[in-house]
Ligand binder design. Structure first.
Ligand SMILES: [Zn+2]
Length: 454
């Protein structure tokens, strides 16, 4: 064979018209470059026929008239960028690899953790602490070694996203945060690539194909990001692993349909899945908006921006941390431990939902869920006043008994402190409320290692 394999770092971009030798069946996976991003990927070889081994391997899908040999050859020449190798990305990448796509780019900055295993089914116990992108590539290689895997151990960033997205045919958004969703969508519009986007939370999932055949982009649907303190992620809200599995599989299906030429059904529809009811619903979407800032007729966004600033939240923080209170209204878990050891008079108020209190709690805490405080629930506020009164009497009527508010991560507790600070003093007496920074998870990591983390 006259073909010479060029190491990717030194590879010269090949024009799409130049045809690599068809005898190259499995090009070597390109090595990672600086920051985990390779310089430029060579195009996948053009193929005109399947080998006998491939015919056997893919025989169950080859006999489908909708796919056939032609569709399979298209798959083999397709490259898919998977943004996020978590609950959605794992099943998605697994089915794409099994079906024989040509190249899978796997983007994830994170490492495998114990709490991932419940839904991120490509990684195993032995992979804990390893980078997810490489863990996924290794597992997928065992499934189908003929596919080219390119792991990127880095977060998708505005400075690198467009260059990366341009190198792939289809992008799958399997991320878990709002800034990345805007970044991926804008990059796909600017690069002219279809975006198969999935999300799952609690017992619900959604899927849309953006920027495809006249359909809208993410910004057409959501021109403005939601306020950061209204966004719930899987760490806060929970998710059942099989729900991410179902949505990830639906994403894989749409990617395969687009890649093989069947086309997607979701460019003008949003799929909504309700796991509790066992119901799928299709909601019709408007077409692309003429005044969309990025895909509209006169776009104001022509290059990628600072999406973390735009959304007011981080793209890589697993545990988002809000700053709603001034520093004087917050104490650290270490400071709280000192107060506790010194038996300082106070009330500890736990504002987590009951389901989380059932998992673990500090025994001396009074429990009133944030929701009850938001509703100014009279019975709950009376319980708080009663506890403050008891504590006052116990300490010979100290002038003030502070209320330290705790939750899981220190976000809801700040909202609770604000509510308590704004209670009318004539009705409830003045409450000196402070937030415990980082919540019970900080307590578990910094003070009591036997306290459960969830
Ligand atoms: Zn748009």
């Amino acid at each position: 064979c006259p073909c010479v394999r060029v190491p990717v770092a030194a590879a010269v971009p090949v024009s799409p018209r130049s045809r690599p030798c068809p005898c190259v069946r499995v090009p070597a996976a390109p090595a990672e470059g600086a920051l985990g991003f390779p310089a430029e990927l060579p195009p996948l070889p053009a193929r005109s026929a399947l080998s006998a081994a491939e015919i056997l391997r893919y025989s169950r899908q080859l006999v489908l008239p909708e796919l056939g040999v032609r569709g399979q050859l298209r798959l083999a020449r397709s490259s898919v960028l998977v943004v996020g190798c978590g609950g959605l990305g794992c099943p998605l990448a697994q089915y794409l690899a099994a079906a024989g796509v040509g190249r899978l780019g796997l983007v994830d900055h994170d490492v495998v953790e114990t709490s991932n295993l419940q839904r991120q089914v490509l990684h195993g116990e032995a992979r804990r602490g390893r980078p997810k992108a490489r863990s996924a590539a290794a597992a997928l290689r065992r499934l189908n070694s003929a596919v080219q895997y390119v792991p990127y151990r880095a977060a998708l960033r505005p400075r690198s996203a467009l260059r990366l997205v341009r190198q792939y045919d289809i992008v799958a958004d399997c991320s878990d945060n709002v800034p990345t969703r805007y970044l991926v969508s804008d990059a796909c519009v600017l690069a002219g690539k279809p975006l198969v986007s999935g999300s799952a939370l609690r017992l619900e999932g959604q899927l849309v194909v953006y920027n495809y055949r006249g359909g809208p982009c993410y910004r057409c649907l959501f021109p403005e990001p939601p306020p950061p303190d209204t966004v719930t992620n899987c760490a806060d809200g929970g998710v059942l692993g099989v729900v991410t599995g179902i949505i990830g599989c639906m994403q894989a299906l749409e990617v395969l349909k687009i890649a093989s030429g069947m086309g997607s059904s979701f460019n003008r529809h949003m799929l909504m899945f309700d796991a509790l009811e066992g119901r799928f619903r299709n909601i019709k979407l408007r077409p692309r908006k003429a005044d969309c800032a990025v895909c509209g007729d006169r776009p104001s966004i022509t290059c990628l921006q600072d999406y973390e600033a735009f959304c007011g939240s981080s793209a890589t923080d697993k545990c988002r941390s809000l700053r709603l209170l001034p520093g004087g209204d917050r104490i650290s878990v270490q400071q709280y431990k000192e107060l506790l050891d010194a038996r300082a008079p106070h009330v500890l108020l736990d504002v987590r939902p009951q389901v989380e209190v059932d998992i673990c709690r500090l025994q001396h805490a009074l429990h009133i869920p944030l929701r009850k405080l938001e509703d100014k629930d009279e019975e709950s506020l009376q319980r708080l006043q009663k506890r403050i009164g008891e504590e006052k009497r116990r300490t010979d009527d100290q002038t003030s008994v502070p209320v330290y508010v705790v939750c899981k991560l220190g976000n809801d507790s700040q909202k609770a402190v604000k509510i308590l600070q704004e209670l009318p003093a004539e009705e409830f007496g003045s409450v000196l409320a402070k937030d415990i920074k980082g919540g019970l998870m900080a307590w578990a990591t910094k003070i009591d290692p036997t306290f459960p983390q969830y």
